[in-house]
Ligand binder design. Sequence first.
Ligand code: PEP
Ligand code: MG
Length: 591
Amino acid sequence: MGTENTQLQEKRFRGIGASPGIVIGRAYLLDRKKVVVATQRIEEVSVKEEVARFRKSVDVSKEQLEVLKKRIGKGLGKSHIYILDTHIMLLEDKLMVDGTVKRIKEGRLNAAGALKETIAAIGQKFDLIEDEYLRERKHDVEQVGERILRNLVGHRQESLADIKGEAVIIAHDLAPSDTIQMRKDRILGFATDVGSKTSHTAILARSLGIPAAVGLERITEEVKTGDVVIVDGIHGVVVVDPDEETFLDYLKKQRRYKYFEQELENLKSLPAETPDGYVVSLQGNIELPEEVASVADHGGTGIGLYRTEFLFMNKTTLPTEEEHYAAYLRVARAAAPHEVVIRTLDVGGDKIGIPGEFEKEANPALGLRAIRFCLQNRDIFKTQLRGIMRATIFNNVKIMFPMISGLPELHEAKKVLNEVRGELAAEGAAFDAHIKIGVMIEIPSAAMIADLLAREVDFFSVGTNDLIQYTLAIDRQNEHVAYMYEPLDPAVLRLLQRIADAAREANIPLSMCGEMAGEPLYAAILLGMGFGNLSMNIPSIPWVKKVIRSVRRQDAVELVSLVMQQPTAVRARQTVETFMQERFPELAAEL
Ligand code: PEP
Ligand code: MG
C-alpha cells in the first residue's frame, strides 16, 4: 500500500478493495479523527463520580444506537440491524464495562483513560486470533469504545445526514452505524485510511452495493472536500485529481462494470449449470446465523461451511449446549430446504476464546488445533455435537470434521459422535438418524490417503487455505511469504486431482470451501476436476456462477489436462488465462 505518482498532479493510492464497483465524483472529507484523551490519575473521592460519568456515557451510547436502529428498521439497511445489535451487546459486555469500572476504581484512573486501557487490553487478545473475520471484530470493540469516549468528552460527531448532494466519502474510518445510514443515491462510494475486507463496514458496503476501498493509510491527508476522486472498489485503488486519460479510462471501466453487474443480477435465480447441462452447487461460507439470508440473496443454495468458532468468542465461559443448539437451529431453519454443513470447532493453539484451555505453543499452526483439540477436550466436543445433532430436525444438516490428518482421528471423532447419538436416542431426543458425516481435506497427509478416507465418510470438502499452507510450507498469516501462496502450484494441483479421483472412485460428493473456490479464474479448473459443490465468501457467488454458466464441462476437463502438464504455477496461470480469454474475452476482462 502507498502512493504512486503517475503524472504531475494525479495521485494514486492503493489499498484493499472492500466492495466492488467504480465511482467517480466529488470528495467529501468526513471528520472521523479519533478523540484524543489523556489518561489521568484521580483522587479517591472522585472515583464514584468518574464511574457514574462512565456509566452515563454507556447509557447514552446505547440510546443513540437504539434510535439509529429504529430509523434503519424502516429503510434499506434493515436486514443488517444485527450489526447494531452487536454494538449494543458490546455496550453490555463485561470485559468492556466491568473492566473499565475496575480500572477506574483500582487503578484510580479517569474514565476516558480507563476506557482507553480496557479497549487496548481487549484488542491485544483479539490480535492473537488466527481467523481474519474474528480478529477483525476488534474493530467493532474500538468503534464502540470511540462512541463512549465521544459521549464522555461531549464531542459531537459530524453525521452523514449533514452531507448535501452526491459525494464520495473520504474518512479515517467509518463505523457500521455510518455505513448503515448511507443512501445509495447520495453516497456514491467511500474510501478510508483504515479497515479490512472483513470489517463490518466492508461487509455492509458490499451488501448495500456501495463501492468502497479501505486500508489506504493516509488518504484523508491527501484529499480535500470538492476534489475529483475515483474509487475503484474492485482493486482497492483511489485516484485523486485524475488526468484526462485516466478519467476516460475509468469512465469506460465503470460503464463495463455496471453492465456486468446487471448481468450478474439477472443470474441470481438461474442455476449454476454449464451449457452442456452439468450442475454445480454454489454455496456460502458463513460465521454468523445472520449471514444465511445474504447467501440466498446472492443466488447461492445453502451453506457449505459454517465456521462455529464465533460461539466461543468474546466470552469468559464456554457456550452451553442450548447456545450451540439455538445457533445451529436458526441456521438450519433459515437455509432449509438447502443444506448446511456445520464444521465442528476449529480453534488453534494461538486462538483465544476458550478460557484456560491453551498453553502457548511454538508452532501453533502445527499444534493443538481443530479436531486434535476437540479429541483432547471431549466435554467441549460432546457439548457441541449434542447441539448440532439436536438441530438436525429439518434433515438438512451435515457435520464436517476439520484438520483430519489420518484414519485414527476420523475413527475417534466418529466414535464420540456415536456416543452422542446413543445418549440422545436414550433420552428420546429427535435427530436425523441418517446425518451425513464428512471431513475437510486440508492437510497433505489426508490428501495422500484420500482413497482410504473416502471409504469411511459421506463427503469431502477441501480446505485450500490450509492445504496450500501445509503443502507449500507457507504460513498463511505471514505477509513476507504471501507471494508464494499459490493455488496453481503443480504440487497443489496434483493433490487436488488426487482428492478428486478418490472421491469419484468412492462415489462420494466433492466440495471445496477454501478461498480458492470463490476465485472465478479457478472455477473452470475445479469444474473440470469434478468439484460438484463450491462454497465461498458470499459476494463471489454470482461471479463464479457466471463462469460456470459460460464454460462447457467437456472444455473444462480438457483445460485441466492442459493445466496439469504445466511445470510451474506461472505457466498454469497463463494456460487458464488464455483459455478464458479465447472463449470469453468480455468475461476474462472482469476477472
Ligand atoms: C480452509 O482451510 O481452507 C478452510 C476453509 O478453513 P479455515 O480457513 O477456517 O481454516
Ligand atoms: Mg482450515
